[in-house]
Ligand binder design. Structure first.
Ligand SMILES: NC(=O)c1ccc[n+]([C@@H]2O[C@H](COP(=O)([O-])OP(=O)(O)OC[C@H]3O[C@@H](n4cnc5c(N)ncnc54)[C@H](O)[C@@H]3O)[C@@H](O)[C@H]2O)c1
Length: 375
């Protein structure tokens, strides 16, 4: 029995728990802990209760629809559920959307995190000493705060911040606030900075689900620029296991980088994905391709205008979490990608429900150039 179990299993407040990583984390936390899980989510276009379908009947799960920036609503959640841990996933997350409309990113990612910190600080201040010591505020962040790498080198926890997109800048600002609340007020905070995730329940605007669904439907596969931008890809369950470890055993005030050591160009991702799909649904058996006379999914690839300010390469040095907490990813890229592509093939109803006719996988994020075609 861990120290926390000796005090009772407690409650984890999970903001953004109806989104991609949040819903995977909720599933893992229900499975691996005895805690009550309180999900707070605004249910923006990117969040859906459908992503928690299989968890909603669990009596340990509570759902509250609220904005993390709504201080009164969050304070009421703290009063009612008395969480002893908080994991902040809630965010606007799509870089292309941050180029078209940065305001929502500043509002949620920066101001929303600030409001959440204020409520947590107040609740923490009022608690008994033992409860104060146990409390954790874990802020989930991204490797994009570090900016872009050249062909060599890795992001370490002490790499200076140099965010390049409005999304990355809003996350960087939030990271600084979280750090400052620990330093100034003694709020027990932790930060994780993770590389690109992939897996089930990711909204179809992101590279892997977008390309998978377009390929299944015989639509073009739009590759930004020359396709040589490099990201370090991690299967979502491996990220969630890392977060749970940091929550349980991470050193207060520290930040931990999480990454798969799995660098791929965007072009390679699309090629591997076409191969994985070919195994599951051969192109010559897919009427959407046969009708166009296309023999393989690769024939759908199109190079389109690059994202403005597109960072060239991200890569994570995850030695600290490996060494201190014994974390390592359990999924290799081939098996993780095959599982992901299979999940999207088998869950077309989820894909239709979350897009709800409002999102048609159109090209976003060309505000600077005014170009709109290509996708
Ligand atoms: N996806 C990745 O590859 C990746 C990598 C590293 C870090 N992250 C970080 O992990 C977190 C989760 O990312 P994701 O990919 O699951 O995002 P997502 O877009 O799939 O989900 C975000 C969730 O937050 C909710 N939300 C948005 N604004 C809110 C608000 N004001 N109040 C309450 N809820 C709100 C949405 O409804 C949605 O359920 C984010 O903080 C992101 O910056 C993501």
């Amino acid at each position: 029995m861990t120290g926390r179990d000796a005090q009772g299993p407690g409650a984890i407040l999970v903001t953004g728990g109806a989104g991609f990583i949040g819903s995977n984390f909720v599933r893992l936390a229900l499975e691996r802990t005895r805690a009550r899980i309180v999900v707070v989510d605004k249910l923006t276009y990117a969040g859906s209760l459908r992503s928690l379908d299989d968890c909603l009947s669990d009596p340990r799960l509570h759902f509250v629809q609220a904005d993390i920036g709504d201080r009164r609503a969050i304070a009421a959640v703290f009063r009612e559920h008395r969480p002893d841990r908080l994991v902040n996933f809630a965010a606007e997350t799509h870089v292309d959307r941050s180029i078209d409309g940065p305001a929502a990113f500043v509002e949620t990612n920066l101001v929303g995190t600030f409001e959440l910190l204020e409520v947590a600080r107040e609740a923490h201040r009022e608690r008994e000493e033992a409860e104060r010591r146990r409390f954790r505020f874990l802020h989930v962040s991204t490797d994009e705060v570090y900016g872009s790498l050249g062909p060599d080198g890795l992001f370490r926890e002490d790499t200076p911040y140099a965010p390049n997109s409005p999304y990355a800048a809003s996350k960087a600002g939030a990271d600084h606030l979280v750090r400052a609340y620990q330093h100034t007020y003694g709020l027990p905070t932790l930060i994780t900075n993770c590389s690109n995730n992939y897996g089930p329940y990711q909204f179809p605007e992101k590279l892997i689900p977008l390309m998978t669904l377009n390929a299944i439907e015989g639509k073009p596969l739009p590759i930004y620029g020359d396709g040589a931008n490099v990201r370090d890809w991690l299967y979502v369950e491996d990220h969630c296991e890392g977060i749970l470890l940091v929550l349980e055993r991470g050193r207060v005030g520290e930040k931990y980088n999480i990454g798969g050591g799995n660098e791929r160009t965007n072009l390679e991702i699309v090629d591997r994905l076409c191969e994985a799909l070919e195994e599951l649904l051969p192109a010559d058996e897919n009427p959407a391709l046969r009708g166009q006379g296309k023999a393989s999914y690769s024939d759908l690839k199109r190079f389109v205008a690059d994202r403005p300010g597109h960072d060239r390469r991200y890569a994570i040095d995850a030695k600290k979490i490996r060494r201190e907490l014994g974390w390592s990813p359990r999924h290799d890229f081939e098996s993780g990608l095959a599982r992901t592509v299979a999940w999207y093939l088998e869950n077309r109803d989820w894909c239709d429900a979350v897009q709800q006719g409002r999102y048609r996988r159109e090209r976003l994020g060309l505000a600077e150039t005014g170009e709109r075609s290509g996708a």
